[in-house]
Design a protein around this ligand. Structure first.
Ligand code: GCO
Length: 433
């Protein structure tokens, strides 16, 4: 796998690092953070890593790692005004950043939507409103024209599962709504928005690699019993296949046939033809797996693998499931080249004498890079890998309590410190053949 053609990078997202909330519109995560009890440490994204202020130093940091690429996201509320016109100051921030990345030979991988929906659009129904899909396509149109040829790759969405299921179905992410039909309807509109925006990208930016980023939590059955095997399959359809199957097969998985009428999303004629636009790449985000058993009420329920190793956020460490996932997707769909757009671990880091010796995270990366390599050896077309994350940042409902960075951030001083995992990544990249 260590051929020079393989792209290695680090990833971040706008709301999680930027700060400078005063120079953009409010988004759904500002509102969610301001709602008591939603974010564990009661924090918000107002300062975060102060990346808008410190971006030049952050690019130095990225360059010092020797990566080929940097995956970032654009804050929709920073680049458009309420009337949909471009906010030139916000756009200029990204243009300067993109120019600097290009000047240093670091390929910009740009995600258009990493969860920070402008609040005024949410006030009009957000992703439950079909109109939002068209507003997204308009945003994609304007921003791609403004960026010109500065971008190497565009992803329409990051993890529509999280936006729809976590945000609109169980309410643990912004906007915090909780109803099954909301989850399914928002998912449909996010996928529709993806398809509409892909058409825009193909027109405005035919020379970039254009695609989407999906997250997968492979589902295993607790036992070999037929009931548990079926439960795992249903969970997989609901949490994973729901977001990829429409892209290739123009339909939702068969579990939709189990739905009560009131849970069914409204799907208009022709929607699947819009959704199933050809993509140049598929981005895969992977962190962990889940194990299910049959449940008489819900069909499937997740069980805790109590005895297995876990990261600081409680996610089981099971690298084999990463290989299994990649191999299974390859078997199920006619996939374009894939990038691992996120992989990483939250660990309980300690800054001691100016050092963070995160051997646990380093071992996670080692095992998961091996898992990717094993998939490549089995014929899966994986062309790049991005560590999540460049630096510690705002971890959504966990606030600043969970650290995913390969670089440590002291939020009081904004000092960045490379962890052992960052040095190891740097060595890996420096010693490529
Ligand atoms: C994700 C998000 C990241 C998270 C990471 C760890 O795509 O889920 O891209 O924003 O920080 O996954 O939870």
């Amino acid at each position: 796998m260590q051929s020079t053609a393989f792209t290695y990078g680090v990833a971040t997202a706008s709301f999680q690092i930027e700060g400078a909330a005063e120079s953009r519109l409010a988004c759904i995560w500002d509102t969610f953070c301001a709602t008591p009890g939603k974010v564990r440490d009661g924090s918000n994204g107002e300062q975060a890593c102060e990346h808008v202020k410190l971006w030049r130093e952050d690019i130095d940091l990225i360059e010092s790692l020797g990566v080929d690429a940097y995956r970032l996201s654009i804050s929709w509320p920073r680049v458009l005004h309420k009337d949909g016109s471009l906010n030139t100051q916000g756009v200029q921030f990204y243009i300067d950043l993109l120019d600097e990345l290009n000047r240093r030979g670091i390929k910009p991988f740009v995600t258009l939507y990493h969860w920070d929906l402008p609040q005024h659009i949410e006030d009009n129904g957000g992703w439950l409103n079909r109109e939002t899909a068209y507003l997204f396509a308009d945003y994609a149109d304007k921003i791609t024209q403004a960026f010109g040829d500065r971008v190497y790759s565009y992803a329409t969405f990051n993890e529509p599962f999280c936006s729809s299921y976590l945000g609109y179905e169980i309410g643990v992410h912004a906007p915090g709504l909780a109803k099954k039909s909301y989850g399914r309807q928002s998912a449909h509109h996010l996928l529709l928005a993806h398809g509409l925006a892909m058409k825009v990208l193909q027109k405005n930016s035919p020379n970039t690699e254009n695609g989407i980023v999906l997250n997968f939590t492979p589902c295993y059955s607790a036992t070999e019993s037929a009931e548990d095997v079926q439960a795992a399959s249903k969970a997989d359809q609901y949490f994973n296949q729901w977001y990829i199957k429409p892209l290739f097969d123009r339909c939702y998985p068969e579990i939709i046939n189990d739905f009560a009428p009131e849970d069914m999303p409204v799907i208009e004629a022709g929607d699947f033809d819009i959704i199933a636009q050809p993509i140049d790449f598929l981005g895969i985000n992977f962190y962990t797996r889940a194990v299910y058993k049959a449940d008489a009420v819900t069909g499937f329920s997740q069980i805790d693998m109590v005895d297995n190793p876990k990261t600081d956020i409680g996610w089981e460490i099971y690298p084999q499931s990463f290989t299994d996932l990649l191999v299974s997707l390859h078997a199920l769909y006619p996939l374009p080249p894939m990038y691992i757009t996120e992989n990483g671990a939250a660990m309980d880091d300690k800054l001691i004498d100016g050092k963070v010796d995160d051997q646990d995270r380093l071992a996670y990366y080692d095992a998961h890079l091996n898992a990717v390599n094993n998939a490549i050896e089995q014929g899966v077309n994986i062309v790049g890998y991005f560590a999540w994350s460049l630096m510690d940042n705002f971890e959504w409902a966990e606030g600043y309590l969970k650290r995913f960075g390969i670089v440590y951030v002291d939020y009081d001083t904004q000092k960045r410190t490379l962890k052992s995992s960052a040095y190891a990544y740097k060595d890996l990249l420096a010693n490529r053949k």
